[in-house]
Design a protein. Structure first.
Length: 119
């Protein structure tokens, strides 16, 4: 346990004064010094507990924020994947339509050529 300067000064004064005091005064000063030490210990313990609580609270908030960020990222990924899938499907459909149209034109051209040869 570390004592503050003021506590050390008080304790030193108690020692100096107790040299010229009677037994009752000395006992009172010893009790006061003991009470001061106990109060300092309680204050240190309270500060440690408050620090621990603050760290735990910060950790919990960080975990929650991280979880929220992960969820948001997953949602954005899913949305992008769905849009990409739709765009790919649309492109495939357009390619199929264009290929069918080209095939139909080729068939028609072949029929026309065949009819022209047969005439």
């Amino acid at each position: 346990m570390r004592l503050k300067k003021s506590e050390l000064f008080l304790l030193g004064m108690l020692v100096v004064v107790s040299a010229g005091c009677n037994k009752a005064d000395t006992q009172k000063m010893q009790q006061d010094a003991k009470a001061t030490g106990e109060a300092a210990q309680k204050t240190a313990a309270d500060a440690a507990e408050a620090t621990k609580k603050a760290v735990n609270d910060a950790t919990d908030k960080t975990k929650a924020a991280t979880s929220d960020a992960v969820d948001a990222t997953k949602q954005k990924y899913d949305e992008a994947a769905a849009k990409t899938k739709q765009a790919t499907s649309d492109a495939v459909d357009q390619t199929k339509k264009a290929a069918k149209k080209a095939a139909d034109k080729a068939k028609q051209a072949a029929k026309d050529a065949a009819n022209k040869v047969n005439q």
